[in-house]
Structures are given as C-alpha cells and as structure tokens.
Design a protein around this ligand. Structure first.
Ligand code: DHB
Ligand code: FE
Length: 253
C-alpha cells in the first residue's frame, strides 16, 4: 500500500543527509543547528521559519495546476472581516502626508469575460512596516478592505504607497537570516490580494513595484509575481494597475 507521508518523510531525510555529507558537517555544527531549531521552537517561530523558506515552493507547485493568474504567498497577516471599502482604504492621520497610490484593474474569466461582484480583499503594511490588526495595536480597519468589482469587472480604490517590509526579525529566525546567514529579513514592497468570486477558484496574490531593490532578493523567496507594476503616475499618485484572470472551479460531479 502506498504511504505518501512515509515516502515524503524518507525523501526529506535523504535530502538532508545528502547536504550533511556534501558539506562534511561536523558534530559541533550539527549540535549548533539543532540548538538553533530548539530555540526557534521555544520562541514560537517554527511556522515563521518554515514559511520563510518553503511557502513559496508550495505556491509554485499549486501554480502548475492553475489556469489564469498565478498565486503568490499569502503571508501571515490576512485578517477576516475587513471593512467593505469604496473609494479608499482607511489611512491613519499620521500617514496622511505619505505618497499615494490608486489600485485599479479588471477581474475576468479565462475568456476575458468580466467577473462582476468579485470581492477583492486587499491588505498592505503601514509606512513603518507594520500590519494593522496584528502589530502595535493598530486598529484593523487601516490599510485593509474588501473591494467589489463593478458590472464590467473593474475595481478601483486608493491608499498610501507600501514600502519594503521587514519580517519579524527580533527572534531566532531574524538571527538566522541576519547574523548567521549574513543575509537580511526584507521583503519587497507589496500589496496583498485575495479574490473570491462565484464559480471561481479563490486567487491569493501580490503585486510588486517594478524597480524595488528586494524583488530579486526577497527573504521569503516570494519568487516575484506576474504583477510587477511599472512606475506610472497620475499626478503624484502611483497607479497600480493589476488585472486578474480567474480559474473556474471544476464542475461538481
Ligand atoms: C511575511 C510577511 C509578509 O508581509 C508577507 O507578505 C510574507 C511573509 C512573514 O512575516 O513571514
Ligand atoms: Fe505582506
């Protein structure tokens, strides 16, 4: 009888053994690695550590089976029940002077037919790199919201411009990335999207800002996105035009 858990586990073990042999890892190094994992566990950062290195690979596998727009990593900061928004996401008073953006585009099916009434959850970080509802007691209504597409599938909503974002780096995951790997804990600036529409598979994606220094050097290995939006302005407002193509759900039965 096939046992997928056994097959995958033994393959992981063999892949790790191969690395240990190739690098002739010493007992001291083995023990140090082991202790760092225990420390990561103690800090409750095992999910963070695993997501940083492997979430993007699972998304890559999923994208092989998806038609239409590709998915990106979800990240840990989606919040349920964000407010419905029309013209703009809520902006904190202290951020009122920050550069602005307009998010707009169209949601269509595989044949280009408009998808009306699709709900797009958008969320992005504050200018100081925090997520509302998660960090620093920032009330969850800021920089999040549900936008509904019009009859022609279009959507439009304003906010302020996200900036590059640093993942939580005060614990053992940050220590691994920054101190031991001499890398960094930055992600490119991004907007998150989660699109729900009747009869369609959900799409969880991100858009990035062309020219961002971290796009090809993302600590979460985000792998970029098909939504690499060029630098276009309307007056002093950055235009983030992103058009999504949804994959129909398989017919039941
Ligand atoms: C993480 C944070 C994000 O904002 C994101 O998009 C992906 C990952 C993180 O902290 O792991
Ligand atoms: Fe994010």
């Amino acid at each position: 009888m096939s046992n997928r858990t056994k097959d995958i586990t033994l393959d992981i073990v063999e892949a790790v053994r191969d690395v240990l042999r190739r690098h002739e890892v010493t007992f001291d190094e083995y023990r140090a690695g082991f202790q760092h994992l225990a420390k990561t566990q103690g800090a409750g950062e095992i999910p963070l550590l695993i997501d940083v290195f492997f979430n993007s690979t699972i998304v890559e596998i999923e994208n092989e089976k998806r038609r239409g727009s590709h998915a990106c990593i979800q990240g840990p900061y989606f919040v349920q029940n964000a407010p419905n928004v029309a013209e703009t996401l809520a902006i904190r008073d202290q951020d009122a002077g920050h550069p602005k953006m307009v998010m707009r585009g169209k949601v269509t099916g595989l044949n280009g037919q408009p998808v009306a009434g699709a709900v797009i959850d958008v969320w992005h970080a504050t200018p100081d790199g925090k997520y509302s509802g998660i960090h620093d007691n920032i009330p969850p209504q800021y920089y999040r919201g549900k936008i509904t597409t019009a009859a022609d599938g279009s959507y439009e909503c304003r906010s302020i411009l996200p900036v590059p974002y640093q993942i939580p780096n005060a614990g053992p995951t940050g220590e691994l990335l920054e101190t031991y790997m001499q890398w960094h804990s930055w992600r490119p600036a991004h907007i998150h999207y989660w699109i729900h529409a009747d009869g369609m598979r959900d799409l969880i994606s991100q858009a990035y800002f062309e020219g961002d220094q971290y796009i090809d050097d993302d600590c979460c290995n985000g792998g970029g996105s098909e939504f690499m939006v060029p630098e276009v302005y309307e007056g002093d407002v950055r235009v983030m035009e992103v058009n999504f193509t949804l994959d129909p759900r398989a017919e039941a039965g």
